[in-house]
Design a protein around this ligand. Structure first.
Ligand code: IPD
Length: 273
């Protein structure tokens, strides 16, 4: 765990992330299996998800404290540290991304864990807790799925683009997102909504989706997956030259990005509540 003046190496942080995410994914899967056999004793379905979300995040935070005592953590369930600028490491964790899939037993939910130094994500892992599939990346070191280097889609035109997206939970936001979708659908090959942003970004990184966009993501939804997509060679950005953030995240191969960017601007994808 040696730190030095230039901060810990991304590879060192990735090794910690992989170890912690692996155990976290096992906990998520085990808790789901137990909840199924025990479902009559739970008050509501969502209690099952909330309990698992919290337990997995607690486990991640405790393990990071043990393995990297000086670091801070930002998590979906418990909140936490603001981004620093002192060379310290901030971990960003989504204990279960794809909570609705988790609830229904759809095998598309993941632990997402990223390490950030001075506001830049330098290492990240996304582990599908249902299947064990794992995507990793380090800044400048490439993106990989279980040892295979990822390079994104080779698609070059928007009308041939399989476009992933997602929707927020707020009904007013969803109404706007639905209207945007109606205008996009005739202009692309098709749309996919799998329900876990971290995994969507990894699918774009490996070319299983040609591109992906979403409004309203939180840092824990895209910190690790965004680095995987970036390191696979995709452009990961907001609209109008601003960085990806809550208003918009677009991840697309360079050959598609400009056309997709302009279409998303035209249909006001970053607008609405
Ligand atoms: C959600 C998923 C979903 C995306 C939402 C996210 P959660 O995260 O990533 O795919 O469309 O915007 O909030 O609630 O499952 O952790």
């Amino acid at each position: 765990m040696a730190s030095n003046a230039v901060g810990p190496a991304p590879g060192e942080l990735l090794a910690v992330a992989v170890e912690v995410a692996d155990r976290a994914a096992r906990t998520a899967r085990r808790m789901r299996a137990e909840a199924i056999t025990d479902v009559s004793t739970k008050t509501t379905d969502t209690d099952v998800v909330t309990a698992a979300d919290r337990a997995v995040e607690r486990q991640v935070v405790e393990e990071l404290r043990r393995l990297r005592p000086g670091d801070t953590v930002l998590g979906e369930e418990y909140g936490g540290a603001a981004a620093g600028d002192d060379g310290g490491v901030r971990w960003i964790v989504d204990p279960i991304d794809g909570t609705v899939n988790y609830l229904y037993g759809l095998p598309q939910y993941a632990v997402s864990l990223a390490a950030e130094v001075d506001g830049t994500v330098v290492a990240g892992v996304v582990r599908n807790a249902a299947t064990g599939a794992e995507w990793t990346a380090t800044l400048g070191g490439g993106a990989f799925r279980e040892g295979r280097r990822l390079r994104g889609s080779a698609r070059t035109t928007l009308d041939q683009t399989l476009l992933g997206t997602g929707f927020g939970y707020d009904p007013a936001r969803r109404a706007h997102q639905g209207a945007v979708l109606a205008r996009l659908l005739p202009r692309v090959r098709d749309i996919r909504r799998f329900g876990a942003a971290a995994l969507d970004l990894c699918m774009a990184a490996e070319g299983a989706l040609d591109a992906y966009f979403e409004k309203g993501l939180n840092p824990w939804d895209h910190a690790a997956g965004g680095l995987v997509a970036l390191e696979a060679g995709l452009v990961v950005s907001g609209l109008g030259g601003v960085p990806a953030g809550p208003d918009m995240l677009v991840a697309a191969p360079p050959a598609i990005f400009a056309e997709l960017h302009d279409l998303l601007t035209e249909v006001d994808a970053a607008g609405g509540p």
